[in-house]
Design a protein around this ligand. Sequence first.
Ligand code: UD1
Ligand code: UDP
Length: 369
Amino acid sequence: MDQIRKKVLVVFGTRPEAIKMCPVVRELKTSESLETVVCVTGQHREMLKQVLDIFHVVPDFDLDIMRAGQDLYDVTNAVLSGMRDILSRVKPDIVLVHGDTSTAYATAVAAFFQKIPVGHVEAGLRTGDLYSPFPEEFNRQSISIVAGYHFAPTETAKNNLIREGKDPSAIYITGNTGIDALFTTVRKDFTHPILDWAKGSRLLVITAHRRENLGDPMRSMFRGIRRILEEFDDVKAVYPIHLNPAVRAVADEEFRGCSRIRLIEPLPADEFHNFLAASTLILTDSGGIQEEAPSLGKPVLVMRDTTERPEGVEAGTLLLTGTGEEGIYSSCRALLTDPAFYQKMSQASNPYGDGKASQRIREILEKEL
Ligand code: UD1
Ligand code: UDP
């Protein structure tokens, strides 16, 4: 039996990839016809471990590449050469990568060098601007060139791939595996000391980490938020800060002395999802949160100039504010003072999936490999 099992190597390295790939790993492990091997690159360390612990996924290989202050060359080099050896040892029938990180890009290239088929989970997202988000738009477009299986979360993503000339028979609409995770984490009875602190106030949940926003754009984002906190005495904010020291330095400086915001360590995903569910609104430059919030019916101010998630904008839950202080302040103010506007942005919808994306991916691989 073992000889005919096809070998799937699942590779990921950062927090968002882990949140969206652990449900896939768990689902693949239920298959009798597939053997699943997990390799983490360790592009993230603590933030990756948090997710592996929650989902009880134990990697077979860990490249452990993270270095403080790593740049794109460091990550790409380390993953590319690390994966050369892993691929030679494991000899998988297919390599699954996720999304648009440097881990995903370098792994796809490494697999291509050994002519191993690549399956791309969360394929087909596009802004069309190679510098926004940077370098993610380049990464995702490049992965689509080498991928033989495109697992697109939505019809829009599928159409993006078809427009680029990809073979329609290799594109599968699965939904987003991040929603699979979300369906397992949000609980009505969730409590947390920070939520107790915010009780009676309207709660803003904030995250920001994008490479292209480091420095001045981030500074102006935080100034816009600070103005809100100083103006509305019934509003509090919590910001679980990404472990990148370049983000922390600006946040510490811009929010110094502001008693209505709590800057905390990154939350485990299950806790973070419950924070989203308890919030009044969310301000973020994250990708994954733009998918989670519509399911929870929470308005999101997307502190970016572009988004690859137009479905959430169309559903009315996401609003692009740019990174400028004024745009963020005025959009946030409008949401806090105009109940009709708030109501319009709070309609729950599920443009990104029904929680069964991982199951579909398993079924497709069982059939096609
Ligand atoms: C990476 C991805 C980005 C994704 C983000 C999710 C690339 C190019 N970027 O960006 O697409 O949105 O992850 O969070 O792949 N750090 C720690 N511990 C951790 C994680 C990070 O200390 O667990 C610090 C390290 O100093 C590290 C720095 O954060 O050098 C930056 O990490 P890196 O993965 O290079 O970039 P991100 O901005 O996290
Ligand atoms: N997230 C988390 N803890 C936090 C903040 C975010 O678990 O303190 C989760 C969030 O729910 C989403 C994912 O991390 O699933 C988004 O990751 P991130 O913003 O780091 O990356 P992106 O999605 O922008 O690539």
